[in-house]
Design a binder for this molecule. Structure first.
Ligand code: ARG
Length: 419
């Protein structure tokens, strides 16, 4: 009888390398490894070779940068996605893509199971498991870290015994997850929120002390809600994001450190480097303020918030997220234009913007010109707009003067006063 097959999301690191052997030994399965390039800075070369050495029977390596940028980061830009107002969901959006690829490979290979390296304490397991279950409920999901009882020392010992190469960085205290949209750093001393984060965690962003004294101005061009050009030159989605990431990183933009509510109920302290996300979202938000009506924008703040929360919470494949996308996409038709961003000493701020769909009208807004905006109209408008508030104050005064009349004895008309 042929062995069952499992598709493993393989990063080439110690954990998932152990898993190749562990799945073979504990589950008696043939292991097929799968790796996605989503723009992590790490060297991806040697990964396939490592997988063969560990006895994988097949390996799939995908360059998923373009798909990740277009199908996952672009929607996040349109939604100005910031979980808890802070974290641009960079790791969160890569999981449904990786899960989708695992399912595709499993179907191609007629595999019975998929496996990933998530722990039982994190959000990523929720995102992986939920997406996999939705796309193919027949697949068994194996998450060895949720089952094996190793501590770090036990892991190293087991790896030595089974000839698993231990990377020099194995004793790095941090767990790092990178992609085009951001870099997450967790673990070690970072688990003490009362201690400031040490400098050695940062990699993509310069320390403010070492950033240029002179500001850098860049022009980001948007078409229908997504960035298409930098300083007038068009780029592919992932190239553009990488260019902004490098430029903004040099100016120390996008260092984030905050307390976060995980899906699984834990509160954790999280740190991120997100130079591209911070710059591009700030620019996009600014352009929206110019081209959307007040009412569109007010609802969009709420929908954006719900989108980021849903995506963080693993609901990428839920129809609810599609419904939110429908509103968001409908608002993006006119989000076309150019925003000039000033990158300086850790901040990325819009300094000017223009759009063919601008709703700003100089002739209406200017203090300098007398136009068909009749300032006299403002008086009547303020009377009606303020009516509820003024009425409440009139009542407050009346009660202070006369006290509250008993109900049922005498009908007391509520005074509205003059307005
Ligand atoms: N807290 C972030 C999130 O849930 C980052 C997760 C990073 N993942 C990792 N395996 N290190 O989206």
């Amino acid at each position: 009888m042929p062995k069952d097959k499992v598709i493993l999301a393989y990063s080439g690191g110690l954990d998932t390398s152990m898993m190749v052997k562990w799945l073979q030994m504990e589950y008696g399965m043939d292991v097929i490894t799968c790796n996605l390039d989503v723009g992590q800075d790490k060297e991806l070369k040697g990964i396939e070779e490592k997988a063969w050495k560990l006895g994988a029977i097949n390996h799939y390596g995908f360059d998923a940068k373009e798909e990740f940028a277009k199908e996952y980061i672009f929607p996040a830009i349109k939604a100005n996605a910031l979980y808890m107002g802070t974290y641009p969901v960079s790791s969160s959006i890569s999981r449904p893509l990786i899960a989708k690829k695992l399912v595709e490979v499993a179907e191609m290979e007629d595999a019975q199971a998929v496996a990933h390296g998530c722990t039982g304490k994190g959000n990523d397991q929720v995102r992986f498991d939920l997406t996999i279950k939705a796309l193919n409920p027949k697949l068994k999901i194996i998450a060895p870290v949720r089952e094996w009882k190793f501590d770090r020392a036990g892991q190293i010992e087991w790896s030595k015994k089974h000839d698993i190469p231990i990377p020099v960085t194995a004793d790095s205290p941090y767990s790092i997850d990178e992609n085009l949209w951001g870099r997450s750093i967790e673990g070690g001393i970072l688990e003490h929120p009362d201690i400031p984060v040490p400098d050695d965690i940062w990699d993509w962003t310069a320390d403010i002390m070492n950033t240029p004294d002179e500001a850098k101005y860049i022009k980001i061009g948007f078409e229908a809600g997504v960035p298409v050009s930098l300083d007038g030159v068009n780029y592919n989605p992932h190239e553009l994001i990488m260019k902004v990431r490098d430029l903004a990183g040099k100016h120390g933009i996008g260092r984030i450190e905050h307390m976060e509510d995980r899906i699984v109920g834990l509160k954790t302290r999280e740190t991120y480097e997100v130079p591209a996300s911070e710059t591009i979202i700030n620019a996009h938000l600014d352009l929206e303020k110019m081209v959307l009506t007040r009412h569109q924008k007010l609802l969009k703040y709420e929908i954006d918030h719900k989108w980021a929360t849903a995506v963080y919470q693993g609901l990428w494949i839920d129809p609810y997220k599609e419904d939110l996308d429908a509103y968001i996409n409908s608002t993006q038709k006119n989000v076309t234009g150019v925003v000039t961003m000033k990158l300086h000493k850790g901040t990325a701020k819009p300094v000017s913007r223009e759009s063919p769909f601008s709703l700003y009208d100089y002739n209406l807004a200017s203090f300098d010109i007398n136009t068909h905006y009749d300032q006299g109209d403002a008086i009547g408008f303020i009377n009606l707009w303020g009516l509820p508030s003024v009425s409440a104050w009139n009542l407050k005064r009346k009660i202070a003067d006369e006290g509250i009349k008993e109900m049922g004895k005498k009908v007391v008309p509520v005074p509205t006063g003059d307005y």
